[in-house]
Design a protein around this ligand. Structure first.
Ligand SMILES: C[S@@+](CC[C@H](N)C(=O)[O-])C[C@H]1O[C@@H](n2cnc3c(N)ncnc32)[C@H](O)[C@@H]1O
Length: 167
């Protein structure tokens, strides 16, 4: 039987997030640029980025504040509201400046996932710097971006990686 249990899905998702984040940190280490964390949630991945990315600016998108108090961005770096509204505006404001985009907005609702993947695929690319890395819990179809193999430690289809080769 090849079906993953809920526990395995969660375990492999977190494992893939961790491996992809560390791979991405290395990729962007020598370059200037900001980070978009799309889906702050409990703030676990934001906190991990904050810990490893020093002074680099990280803007976090969320509609409902539910993060651990020590995993919250300051007011200037919290972009509060529905992504359908906030992401196009932020992508226009930071056009070409995002070196790492992390999208983690999936759920167990397949229709919602399709809709969210479409929103991110459409509205994130204008923000991306040349060579920017995008990691996502949902498969994306972003013009100008190339799908990349996952790094060691991440299991196939548990996360998705892209590089902006379009500009
Ligand atoms: C899986 S959680 C993110 C977990 C986070 N990466 C962490 O490590 O704690 C997804 C988050 O995306 C947010 N989200 C989902 N759809 C959204 C939308 N349309 N607009 C804004 N936020 C959204 C949810 O409120 C939720 O907190």
């Amino acid at each position: 039987m090849n079906m993953l249990t809920r526990l395995e899905k969660t375990l492999y998702r977190l494992e893939a997030q961790h491996a992809c984040l560390h791979w991405a940190f290395e990729q962007i280490a020598e370059r200037d640029g900001i980070v978009f964390e799309i889906g702050l949630g409990l703030g676990r991945t934001f906190n991990h980025m904050r810990h490893h990315l020093g002074e680099r600016e990280i803007y976090a998108f969320e509609r409902v504040i539910n993060a651990y108090p020590d995993c919250m961005p300051d007011d200037e770096h919290l972009i509060l509201g529905e992504i359908v509204e906030t992401l196009p505006a932020a992508s226009a404001r930071f056009a070409g400046q995002v070196l790492l985009g992390h999208s983690d907005v999936g759920s167990f609702d397949k229709d919602n996932n399709r809709m969210m993947a479409g929103l991110i695929s459409k509205h994130l690319p204008p923000a991306l710097a040349p060579g920017a890395i995008v990691m996502s819990d949902l498969p994306l179809a972003m013009p100008g971006c190339t799908a990349l193999a996952l790094p060691p430690g991440a299991r196939e289809d548990r996360y998705y990686l892209y590089r902006n080769d379009g500009i």
